[in-house]
Design a protein around this ligand. Structure first.
Ligand SMILES: *Cc1c(COP(=O)(O)O)cnc(C)c1O
Length: 397
């Protein structure tokens, strides 16, 4: 493989020793079909024109790269915030759902299925389906349906059908099983829309390409604002890893740019109440992909924990596992307490209330040291409206 693409997926669907498609035989035709067509569709002029037009007029891109003056003064460096929180629906997830819906349309599919834990991906999927007039079925654990009532209401208002997964722990992994079962039974008309850079090949690569718009914009925006055409650091939080993958994408081969991913360590890496997958570093297979994950001694996937619902995924996308393996990326972690502090700080220094997920990325400012002239880009993956109940509870407002 050429040196240039050493951090990208190879023809076998692998990132180094990670990735692949470890799936039941009954899913082979669906995955093969997608694998055969996705690159041609994404690279076609028709797709690019439609996708770019929707990103501009519907999502509201480009999202600003904002120079955070007061934050820069506090940390004695140059901090730029990539404002994915300003996108329609309030986070980066819409970049991916709009893109995959267009791919589904090009494949002639008119029924979309998805699974969701906290409901954010379900809402982004239901939004894109409403936009395109496609049928939308979202699988969600029965426990999560109760915990995430406002997002369930949003999905229903958007016209989606929300189906409760009632087996097992009645959470995300059970919803995933139900969605896979549906896809096996309905291969002809149904497209399975995955929300992060996880799952069997080609999903991690497809989602990374659809989120790559984030780093495509950072590249020209940083050039407008500084005397260099690259930032010294790009920092993003990782759950499955899609906002980080999109923020890194166009800098992977530019070793002048340090790539930093921040995992959620919940109550602490060794507390048993954590989602810091890389820090724990167990190799296994989750959702059809070989990567690091959290598992018990007998190989059962364990329940992750983080204060932010979007980061409590028990695995991590295979590209990130490879970036860690090759040391191209640095992986650090932030606790619930670190994230809360960083959220309050951003709010009071810059007037921006971030999502709790994004606050994990912001906490890197206090954990790392930077030079005065460094340009440090931090992706603010989403806005904090959805987290106000947690902020009220924790801060006593
Ligand atoms: C879902 C979500 C995340 C985590 O997902 P990634 O795939 O790791 O990006 C991060 N931030 C926000 C605001 C989210 O909604």
């Amino acid at each position: 493989m050429s040196k240039k693409n050493k951090y990208q997926v190879d023809e076998k669907g692998m990132y180094g020793r990670f990735g692949g498609a470890f799936i039941p035989e009954m899913l082979y035709p669906n995955i093969e079909n997608l694998k055969t067509v996705y690159l041609d569709i994404i690279n076609s002029e028709a797709f690019q024109n439609e996708y770019k037009a929707l990103l501009k007029d519907y999502v509201g891109r480009p999202s600003p790269l904002y120079y955070a003056k007061r934050l820069s003064e506090k940390y004695n460096t140059q901090v730029y915030l990539k404002r994915e929180d300003l996108n329609h629906t309030g986070a980066h997830k819409i970049n991916n759902t709009v893109g995959q819906i267009l791919i589904a349309k090009h494949m002639g599919k008119d029924r979309i299925i998805a699974e969701t834990g906290a409901g954010q991906h379900g809402v982004a999927t239901a939004t894109a389906c409403a936009l395109m007039g496609l049928q939308c079925v979202v699988y969600m654990g029965e426990v999560d349906i109760e915990r995430q009532a406002p997002n369930v209401a949003r999905m229903k208002m958007l016209g989606a059908e929300v189906v409760a997964a009632k087996s097992g722990s009645k959470t995300l992994k059970d919803a995933t099983n139900e969605a896979l079962r549906d896809w096996i039974c309905n291969p002809e008309d149904t497209f399975y829309l995955i929300g992060s850079v996880v799952g069997p090949h080609p999903y991690p690569d497809m989602v990374a390409r659809l989120q790559a718009i984030i780093s495509e914009e950072i590249k020209w925006q940083i050039k407008e604002k500084t005397d260099k055409d690259y930032p010294d650091y790009v920092i993003a939080c990782v759950g499955g890893g899609s906002n980080a993958a999109g923020s890194f994408y166009h800098f992977l081969d530019d070793e002048r740019v340090s790539l930093v991913a921040v995992e959620a360590s919940g109550m602490g890496v060794d507390s048993g109440e954590t989602a810091a997958t890389i820090a724990l570093g167990d190799l296994g297979i989750i959702h059809g992909s070989k990567t690091f994950l959290m598992q018990s001694d007998d190989g059962q996937i364990t329940e992750p924990y983080s204060i932010s619902a979007g980061l409590d995924y028990p695995g991590i996308g295979p590209q990130h596992a490879h970036l860690h393996d090759t040391k191209r990326g640095s992986f650090i972690s932030a606790t619930d307490a670190d994230a809360l502090e960083a959220a309050k700080e951003l709010t009071q220094l810059e007037g921006i209330i971030p999502a709790l997920e994004s606050a994990h990325a912001l906490s890197a400012l206090s954990k790392m040291s930077f030079k005065k002239d460094d340009s440090v880009v931090i992706t603010v993956s989403g806005r904090g409206d959805k987290d106000m109940a947690t902020y009220m509870n924790r801060f006593g407002f």
